[in-house]
Ligand binder design. Sequence first.
Ligand code: SF4
Length: 388
Amino acid sequence: MKKSSNCVNKFVLGEHLDTADLPKFRDSLLSWFQTFQRELPWRKNRDPYRIWISEVMLQQTRVAAVMPYYERFLARFPDVESLASAPQEEVLRLWSGLGYYSRARNLQHAAQQIVARHAGKFPRQREELLALAGIGEYTAAAILSIAFDEKHAVLDGNVARVVSRLEAIRGDLREPKRWANLQTSADRLLAQESSGAWNQAMMELGATLCTPRAPQCLLCPVAQFCEGRKLGIAESLPEKRKKRAVVAIQLVSVVLLDSKGDSLLLPPPATLAGSKPDDHIPSLVAKLWHFPTVSANLENAFRTILLRDLRIKNAKFVRPELLDKVRHTVTYRTISVAAYLVRVKRLPKILGAKHLPLTEVHSMPVSGLTRKVARSAVKQLSASKTTH
Ligand code: SF4
């Protein structure tokens, strides 16, 4: 190992691991991975399609949350062709609850591109992969290395954290220059002969031992090579990024309920010819099936929904029941919804809208926010039943 510098602040990009130590470092991590890796459904074989689906699902989502979605998705769409030819609504329905729905749309678009450009066969060239919808550097490297053992080092948040600690790299890791330097470090560490296992081992280390808080250095197979640990700064790395200011969004939603117990959901605008997304509604609501919703900043928001969106003429006689406030957080946005239950004799006929029982809302492609509003309405209904 190289000698540590006394001046910690100089460590912008470290290269503390001597080239002579690399074989031992790689062996230690790989044999730890072989013994302790978790059993995960996407590790059962090296089918690039299955690896691709898992990598996309795992972006921004925890392993435990992904597992049931992964199994259901693969059971319904076992290969590129079945995904490419499915109705988009069904793809979104099976994604419903995972969030970040552009991932599902891109998956299907890329599947269609693979069928059209590569006769349904997964491309093996990095450039061909990068030309597919939603596939960036990380996903391409993961697919190529895990499925085909191509020599590409992955760099995601987990791996970046591990490398920043191993090499005692300070500063905001997401700054483009520093990120590029991290990629250089990850490339240098890569075990060339088994890049698929290597990348998974680095990710596994980041997910299980070298975790964001309280890394378990005593159990770590590569602790003796870790400069961050040696300097006693491992836990403080990576250094905190400047936080993006939180944006608070307030919405008003209306849950209509008819005498049969059906409610009304509006379709995503893309499914209706000529319709455009409403600027007042965040895309996470309007891009999927949703209850009639507008921004609370709109004057008379509640009446606007009844008159403009639902064309309920005798709106002034409506007696809304205010549901428990629904809150939802997506990255830097915190959304709070004032939702109203409105009982009507008959649901209005709105082009493309669906009438369905509240308890079945979750079976549609809806966002987590819409599910919460539906749950709040169901809770209100059972509370009102018990009081009557
Ligand atoms: S020794 Fe600790 S900080 Fe260093 S790689 Fe291992 S778990 Fe991470």
